[in-house]
Design a protein around this ligand. Sequence first.
Ligand code: CO
Length: 244
Amino acid sequence: MKPLTPLLESNREWAEKVSDKNPQFFETLAQQQAPEYLWIGCSDSRVPANEIVGMLPGELFVHRNVSNLVVHSDMNCLSVIQYAVEVLKVKHIMVVGHYGCGGVQAAIETAPHGLIDNWLRHIRNVYNKHKELLSAWADEPQEHLDRLCELNVIEQAYNVCESTIVQEAWARGQEVNVHGWVYGLSDGLLNDLEFNACSQIEVDDQYRVAIRKIELLRDMMKSDEETDANSARSLWGKLNQLFR
Ligand code: CO
């Protein structure tokens, strides 16, 4: 078997470059990590957590899986959240989906995909829950998918809030803020869905506001004749102005 020489070489170059800039960088990092953020994102290779928010090693604790799901029986994800909250004491947890997510797309296809369909059923549940709202985009497959990507993020952020780990943290007065974002593959920008909960009493309100915004998006789309398949950004821009 051949070693992956190019990757190992570029690793050495990278380590050298970082050390040149800051000779103590790796030594300091090796002692401890103290990230303030936990990123729960999609495994998609086009959504590299650190790069997107301009963060260095040590600044972001990361969990990624197909379609950024937070499932209450997934010991992997829950263990990451527990370590992040109870040991690292991160102040922010962001669930970060992305537009055009293949996992979200596969979840609503009728063709079978094998084992992964069991995982994607969680997204199918999100779809079924919001079927009526989503039906407004029935004739716009791309927009329909993007709205489901947004709804999936809102539901997963809600799940983070409902986890025993975050519930217990809030009960003992620990600061934990939960956010929902969607990343645009075509422009490199994060869209803040403005689900921002930092206490138990805020959760249901934040959920309702976030869903309401997607309902408003639908209403704006219906009243805006110039709307086309690429206008989600401009609709979101208009919508966010209304809230500011
Ligand atoms: Co994805």
